[in-house]
Design a protein around this ligand. Sequence first.
Ligand code: TYD
Length: 210
Amino acid sequence: MSWFITFEGPEGAGKTTQCALLAARLREAGYSLLVTREPGGTPLGETIREWLLAGEALRPETEALLFTAARAEHVWDRIRPALERGTIVLCDRYVDSTLAYQGAGRGLDEGWLRELHRIATGDLWPDLTILLDVPVEVGLARRRAAAATITRLDQEELAFHRRVRAWYHAAAQRDPQRWRVVDATLAPEVVADVVWATVTEVMKRGRRSP
Ligand code: TYD
């Protein structure tokens, strides 16, 4: 059975590491997998990624449209076909990042962003979203310790990152069926064990009702 699982969280939460660790465990358990990320996942998506993360400042609307354009290609070319084949899809960030960063962070209307998502992807939402949660200061300090990975968005003011994290908390509270919150301040191996327990528990229980 196919599952669409996304990782979300503020900067420096360790999503990329946890995505790789979960992928290794799922592969070991015999599942077929697509491991991917946003922005990215297709040649066009990777090109848009460079613009978004390193390029000049953009209007919030332009930013949202570019993230969503990359997502449209990603969903129709990679994610939907994989789900139709019965593959598990693990994606490092997805639409909730747009709602958190361009919505809560930049102040764009969430209703407009949701409508854009509906048009761009045929309204494809994950079955399970893992929120790797760290306080903003902790995440940004981790990011700065690995300076090579600092992006244009990392450099936003603290208040921006606080709005992003608060949006994630509110979203997880509103839809506890889809979201699971994991404390990402713990050691990576401990976080990986919690993520594994969470994913196996949810998959055993079965898909949430549509
Ligand atoms: P990345 O280096 O992948 O950071 P992280 O490891 O935190 O995921 O950069 C992705 C950046 O893009 C991150 O700051 C969040 C931002 N982003 C948005 O603002 N909107 C989106 O829709 C997506 C997918 C990402």
